[in-house]
Design a protein around this ligand. Sequence first.
Ligand SMILES: *[C@@H]1O[C@H](CO)[C@@H](O)[C@H](O)[C@H]1NC(C)=O
Ligand SMILES: *[C@@H]1O[C@H](CO)[C@@H](O)[C@H](O)[C@H]1NC(C)=O
Ligand SMILES: *[C@@H]1O[C@H](CO)[C@@H](O)[C@H](O)[C@H]1NC(C)=O
Ligand SMILES: *[C@@H]1O[C@H](CO)[C@@H](O)[C@H](O)[C@H]1NC(C)=O
Length: 330
Amino acid sequence: MRHIKHSSMWVGLVIILPLFWKGITCQLAGYSINVPPSVSVQEGLCVTIPCKFTADHRNTFSNSFGYWRLEPPDSYYIVASNDKSRPGRKPNFYLTGNADSGDCSLTIIDVRKEDNGTYYFRFEERKTSNVKYGFNNDALTTIIVTDLTEEPVISDPGTVIAGINKTLTCTPPGNCAATSLVIQWQKSNVAGVWENSSTVTFTPSLSDHKENITCQMRNSNGKKTEKTIVLHVYSSPSDKEDSNDSPSNNENSNDCTVRAVDYTIIIGIVIGNIAAFILINVASYFCLKRHMEKRQLGNGTPDSKTEDKESTYQELSGQKTDIYYNLKAR
Ligand SMILES: *[C@@H]1O[C@H](CO)[C@@H](O)[C@H](O)[C@H]1NC(C)=O
Ligand SMILES: *[C@@H]1O[C@H](CO)[C@@H](O)[C@H](O)[C@H]1NC(C)=O
Ligand SMILES: *[C@@H]1O[C@H](CO)[C@@H](O)[C@H](O)[C@H]1NC(C)=O
Ligand SMILES: *[C@@H]1O[C@H](CO)[C@@H](O)[C@H](O)[C@H]1NC(C)=O
């Protein structure tokens, strides 16, 4: 029973472990590689395939050789290497990783449709060393070449000032040193092609304000993509100073005007109130005076409002008393 259990466990491991390790490592022999199984790249652009490996349990060597090859059956077709006696045969494939430090990274520029295919890395420590290994059983990498759709990248124009030269550059996306792409510039107020190179230097003028600048990128297959920016042109420094100053001056004078208006209103309200108060008092004084004069009954001080009221009351009460007496008398 125990034997059967153990042997079935071992059979399981033997089946499962290679599945885990396939395409990733071959650690049992001291050889391992870490590289993506497939990479997609657009026609005309560039790609760097990151790749790390160990050989004989190490990743430090000296004067070692690395080779990228087409997968079998063309496995002796070297596409890139650092071995001058067996150079790579694809001029746009570069072993950019340093094999002496376990780096097998592969860079492809100006990718063409015919670069699609499956590749693998082979390591040789020295011609005489036994440390030689092709990772074609461990990790194959398929390069998938697709149509160009990514737009070029126009450098940030920064502040564009009339009369001060500006240089713009247009590059393929992804820090790519592609040379097969044709770059052309157009400017909405210039007929036809504005510039034929990846950089353009021009003297902006105020009439360029809000004009479009377009960079077009074309690959060897004739596929084009483009990127457009809108120019914002500012006046030259002296003009800019003026135009900067005058709005701020205007703002300040506006502030002053607003404050002056505020004070005028406040002062106006105060003066208006005082004037109205005086007018009302003077008017009521003269009204009362005239009233008093009309009703002058020889009652001492005719100027006092209260006395006037009192006297009026006395008159009325006096009348009431009279009326009362009159009624009683009947
Ligand atoms: C690569 O493209 C060619 C046609 O251009 C095709 O015949 C070939 O099968 C492709 N290879 C791969 C691996 O996709
Ligand atoms: C750009 O190149 C085209 C031909 O591809 C040419 O006709 C045109 O005059 C050139 N324009 C400039 C501004 O160099
Ligand atoms: C500005 O650019 C124009 C057009 O490229 C060039 O002719 C001129 O010499 C440049 N001026 C300066 C000061 O760089
Ligand atoms: C700039 O490009 C936009 C979008 O294509 C267009 O609507 C606009 O009219 C262009 N401006 C000029 C000045 O040509």
